[in-house]
Design a binder for this molecule. Structure first.
Ligand SMILES: Nc1ncnc2c1ncn2[C@@H]1O[C@H](COP(=O)(O)OP(=O)(O)OP(=O)(O)O)[C@@H](O)[C@H]1O
Length: 586
């Protein structure tokens, strides 16, 4: 049905200029195409990677002005100026991205407004670019001898580019890099723990969005045959974002719907409102403002989400049964020290959350880390995994110091983890969430994903994800959306995701919380099995029955310090532990 929709849409598009449709509608369709290209970039940037930009119009301007200036001044062919525009946009986007993408919260959108405005005024004040009058007389595109002078002839080139961009971005989203991009939206801790360089992923999304805008600008210059700063100002930047939100900022096809809906509405309002109000002016902007608030309040996922909910669900085709298994790490010999934590310390202001704690985890061993709430267990976890920098002490993994290293570097060395509060991508399937864990076991990038040259590797990643899901007894939930799972199942999914990294050391933060009795038993069996395969596990858990029946040794923490370390029997018999921990818990 989805395919039928797409084919029908392409057929209608292909026939439109040949039909006796008035020129006005062809022009409208062309504007919709030009806007869609920019909004597809915004879907990637804002909907997928969670980075809001009001400044996309500036990149359209860069593409348009480069094309116009080079054609008018040097008589350069448009087929060369498009590359020049892309190169200039790439340099500007990289500089802006590196400077602004480290900002979080509201600072990033504010920064995009700032450079959106700056570029607008810059374009409007450069003598050589015709100041606010712009550049006139841009030549029409010439495609293998055919002059694309009319709206109808321009239409085909434009829409082929739009469809190719939509397909390429759809492919990208269904890939290793695409999953990393989706993961970045929920904060950097989880993707970094999977080995994702979140900053590089954000810069990539930013760059791709800017390049799409630049192509739109190049087309725009040759369509309008004139450029001036006004279509590239902040107003238009906001309008692009509005189109993305109305269409459905998380969906590639939402870009098309949003651009179409807003352009058609704008056109109607521009006729209707001056008639109603009896005076001329850009009143549609006010209506857009009100609509934006309403959409954000009542239909945050936009029109496409509404359509999507009524379409049959797209189920991933299982094509990986015969894929080659991924290579595995060589495991350290049984009993070798894998993790060596020496006098590690963490101070938050005046609070010593972890006070010179030392312990070791050996290959093929499960070490339990227990203690009352606030004892410092999660902080210790975050020190080992590089989420927090230690205030003192040393952490070594197989002899190499890892304290002070980035989380993803520690992940690369073979440390995988789960989180006390589940961190996942709710609108992605369980299988795809789990495959994110194998990020470092693949290497295909943006270009191969867009061109679908990554399918071999993708099948191997999916096969591994399915294998790890089966291992924890969740194979039948592979195609369910992760957000639909019960909390206990989400925790198990996190374990499968961590296992997908083929770790040497697995850190589990309260994996049994929210699990039913039978699920806990299943979990214990899986952990025993992993131990027998030579994996080392550090387990923070409040369920004493589970801990005592499973682990080889226990470290008990209280008020940030290590109270005692020993076998479950020794720990259970300790009066100190009873007083400090078990006494308060039971
Ligand atoms: N980012 C932070 N800033 C300030 N204080 C913090 C921070 N993170 C943890 N703490 C404090 O450090 C202490 C240890 O917290 P931690 O979360 O490590 O304990 P825990 O043993 O994991 O507890 P729980 O079992 O409740 O998860 C607590 O007093 C907590 O309030």
């Amino acid at each position: 049905m989805r395919r039928a929709f797409l084919i029908a849409f392409v057929v209608v598009l292909a026939l439109l200029p040949a039909l006796p449709v008035p020129e006005f509608w062809i022009t409208q369709a062309n504007y919709i195409g030009l806007y869609t290209l920019v909004v597809i970039g915004l879907v990637l940037l804002t909907g997928i990677a969670g980075l809001t930009s009001f400044g996309q119009a500036a990149f359209v301007g860069l593409g348009a002005y480069t094309a116009a200036y080079l054609a008018l001044t040097y008589g350069m062919s448009p087929w060369l100026t498009v590359w020049a525009g892309l190169a200039i946009t790439a340099v500007v986007a990289l500089v802006l991205g590196v400077v602004t993408l480290r900002m979080s919260g509201h600072y990033l959108p504010l920064a995009t407004i700032a450079w959106g405005l700056s570029l607008f005024y810059l374009l409007g004040n450069i003598e050589g670019l015709g100041k606010y009058d712009g550049l006139l007389g841009v030549p029409a595109l010439n495609f293998f001898g055919i002059e694309l002078k009319s709206g109808r002839s321009f239409f085909y080139l434009l829409w082929v580019i739009v469809l190719l961009a939509a397909i390429a971005v759809t492919h990208l989203l269904d890939s290793r890099v695409g999953r990393a991009m989706r993961a970045v939206k929920g904060g950097s801790t989880m993707p970094e723990a999977m080995g994702v360089n979140t900053f590089a992923v954000k810069v990539t999304a930013f760059l791709l969005a800017a390049l799409l805008a630049s192509i739109s600008g190049w087309l725009f210059a040759h369509f309008q045959r004139t450029v001036n700063p006004s279509p590239f100002g902040l107003n238009m930047g906001i309008e692009y974002l509005f189109m993305a939100v109305v269409g459905g900022v998380g969906h590639v096809w939402g870009a098309l719907v949003g651009a179409g809906a807003v352009q058609l509405l704008k056109d109607q309002l521009q006729v209707l409102l001056p008639k109603l109000l009896g005076r001329s002016g850009n009143y549609e902007v006010i209506v857009f403002g009100v609509l934006l608030v309403l959409v954000l309040q009542y239909a945050r996922d936009g029109i496409w989400a509404f359509v999507e909910a009524r379409l049959p669900r797209l189920r991933r085709k299982v094509d990986w049964q015969n894929a080659q298994p991924l290579p595995e790490r060589t495991r350290p010999p049984h009993g070798e020290v894998v993790l060596d934590v020496q006098a590690v310390r963490k101070v938050f202001g005046g609070l010593v959350a972890v006070n010179d704690v030392s312990f070791q985890v050996r290959a093929g061993e499960i070490l339990g880390l227990i203690g009352p709430n606030g004892a410092g267990k999660s902080t210790t976890f975050n020190l080992v995994t590089g989420v927090l920098p230690a205030s003192g002490g040393e952490v070594r993994l197989q002899g190499t110091r890892i304290d002070g290293q980035a989380s993803r570097e520690i992940a690369r060395r073979g440390v995988a983890r789960t989180f006390q509060h589940v961190k996942m991508i709710p609108n992605m399937t369980v299988l795809e969430n789990v495959a994110l864990g194998a990020h470092l076991r693949g290497g295909r990038g943006v270009a191969s994903a867009m061109l679908r040259l990554d399918r071999d590797e993708e099948r191997r990643l999916m096969r591994e994800a399915e294998r790890q899901l089966a291992r924890i007894g969740m194979a039948e939930l592979a195609h369910e959306y992760a957000g639909n799972l019960a909390l206990g199942q989400q925790r198990l999914m996190e374990i499968a995701r961590a296992l997908c990294a083929d770790p040497t050391l697995l850190l589990l933060d309260e994996p049994a919380a929210g699990l039913r009795h039978k699920e806990k038993q299943g979990l214990a069996d899986v952990l025993r099995q992993l131990r027998s395969e030579g994996l080392s596990i550090l387990l923070v858990e409040h369920d004493m029955d589970l801990v005592m029946g499973l682990v080889d040794r226990v470290v008990v923490m209280e008020f940030g310090t290590k109270l005692i370390e020993g076998t479950p029997e020794v720990v259970q018999a300790s009066p100190e532990v009873r007083a400090a921990y078990l006494g308060t818990e039971h």
